[in-house]
Ligand binder design. Structure first.
Ligand code: GLU
Length: 474
């Protein structure tokens, strides 16, 4: 049997990291098993749909590198793939259930239902289920919803790939609406019918849907359809163990925002794949191809996936490090331009900036903060660094180097390298005793990025000023 899985977004907003993870695991599962990956649009909650929802969801899936075999733009013979275009399908199956006596028309208005619930609460009823007062009533012309008649005393069990055996009792589920008064199906009904008609073999989705599963099983069983295999993935939580709230500003949650911040899609793909899944060997940096090859649904975790920001940055940094200097410049340029940081700077300065920070970057926009911190950091000489400058010959070296620098009209990394060498030769300082004093003399630090690039970035005026202060404090 060919594996067929689906990602079924409701177009109620932008692509959230949790949904992207669901899409990604379905995608990996399909590719791993040479199956089909379907994107089905579940737009039956009409009031919650947003205009750009579908377009945004699909374009950011594509940006992440997730492609599909069937959807609204790619017919695979199981369409339409948008639920509002399938209303006649749901009508047909609702009628079958009505004819079999497995569903019934409900004429209750929202007010009546509310009144019923209030009375149940007042009586202290344990379950607030629909009273079935419309069961057996038939009034063809009156406006009605269609309710599923939940079987009595039934146990629903399924073998979840992640959670193992899961059991629900039918007593815990009240007769639920499958088609609303406006003729639009509810999620559980449309989803079950579509999963069956689209020959979906596996449903990988968030754990928040597990309570929907018995309702979907009831519909599938009632219509004589095969059940797919389910895998309910634990939620993503923040570092405090709390469920990600869309209002939590400390975590970037929408894929569009990652795009805007200059994250690399391949890196984000890699990071998301590790949210609740891990490969057999302790590997963290895995390309899409490697992930497809290694993906094993049995290794999906049954405990919540912690969104670890450190790991997000680590994984993304590894991908930025692997870029060429030119690619990193392209990644960072828009953010620097937007802040006016490149104004009046030459190409060499821009290159030095990127060369200095490339290995520390996780995403494009980060360059702005790194640049600011670098220039905002006060220059101070203390402790071990200052002691280092107090060695024999260092003062002369710094004076010689400073003199050479002052005599130079224009600087660039190559010229700076030459000046350092010349100063070393003239003062007989070499190796650590040559480079370290100069590094300390211009940055106050004993470690840091490539010295000529960093010096070029600082520019002549700052270098001369700092060297003078260093010489004075020896
Ligand atoms: N439309 C549902 C959602 O966006 C899909 C749930 C499912 O995968 O069945 O949450």
């Amino acid at each position: 049997m060919k594996v067929r899985v689906r990602y079924a977004p409701s177009p109620t907003g932008h692509l959230h990291i949790g949904n992207a993870r669901t899409a990604l695991f379905n995608y990996l599962f399909a590719r791993r098993h040479d199956g089909d990956f379907i994107v089905r649009i579940e737009d039956t909650d009409v009031e919650r749909n947003v205009e750009t929802g579908i377009k945004s969801q699909m374009s950011y899936l594509r940006w992440l590198g997730i492609d599909w075999d069937e959807s609204i733009d790619k017919d695979g013979g199981y369409g339409p793939y948008r639920q509002l275009e399938r209303l006649d399908v749901y009508k047909k199956y609702a009628q079958i259930l009505l004819d079999k006596g497995l569903a019934y028309k409900c004429y209750c208005t929202a007010e009546e239902l509310e009144e019923e619930r209030r009375a149940q609460k007042a009586r202290g009823d344990e379950q607030l289920h629909y009273s079935r007062k419309c069961l057996g009533k038939e009034d063809r012309d009156a406006e009605h919803a269609i309710r599923f008649k939940v079987p009595d005393n039934q146990t629903y069990t399924f073998d979840d790939i992640i959670k193992g055996e899961v059991t629900f009792q039918s007593e815990d589920v009240g007769d639920f609406i499958i088609v609303k008064r406006n003729g639009i199906p509810t999620y559980n009904f449309a989803c079950a019918v579509d999963d069956a008609l689209m020959k979906i073999t596996h449903v990988l989705r968030g754990e928040d849907h597990i309570t929907n599963t018995p309702r979907q099983l009831m519909v599938l069983d009632a219509l004589g359809f095969d059940r797919p295999r389910y895998a309910h993935m634990p939620l993503i939580v923040n570092e405090q163990g709390k469920k990600l709230s869309k209002r939590d500003g400390s975590i970037v949650q929408f894929i569009e925002q990652y795009h805007e911040l200059g994250f690399l899609p391949e890196a984000l793909f890699n990071f998301i794949a590790l949210l609740g899944w891990s490969p057999d060997a302790k590997e963290e940096i895995l390309s899409r191809e490697a992930l497809i090859e290694r993906f094993d649904e049995k290794r999906l975790s049954s405990s919540p996936a912690t969104f670890d920001k450190g790991k997000l940055h680590y994984v993304n940094n590894r991908y930025v490090k692997a870029l060429s200097l030119e690619e990193t410049k392209d990644l960072c340029r828009p953010f620097l331009e937007k802040e006016g940081i490149l104004n009046g700077k030459d190409a060499q300065w821009f290159e030095s900036l990127i060369a200095v920070f490339k290995d520390r970057l996780s995403y494009g926009a980060e360059i702005v903060g790194l640049y600011r911190d670098f220039f905002d950091k006060p220059f101070a000489l203390e402790g071990e660094a200052l002691e280092f400058l107090r060695q024999d010959g260092v003062k002369t070296l710094l004076e010689t180097f400073k003199g050479k620098l002052e005599a130079q009209d224009e600087i660039d990394p190559d010229t700076l390298k030459t000046l350092i060498k010349e100063a070393g030769k003239e003062t007989s300082m070499k190796g650590k005793l040559l480079f370290m004093p100069i590094r300390i003399g211009v940055s106050g630090q004993m470690h840091g990025p490539d010295l000529p690039q960093m010096m070029n970035l600082l520019g002549k005026a700052i270098l001369v000023d700092r060297l003078s202060r260093a010489i004075a404090s020896i």
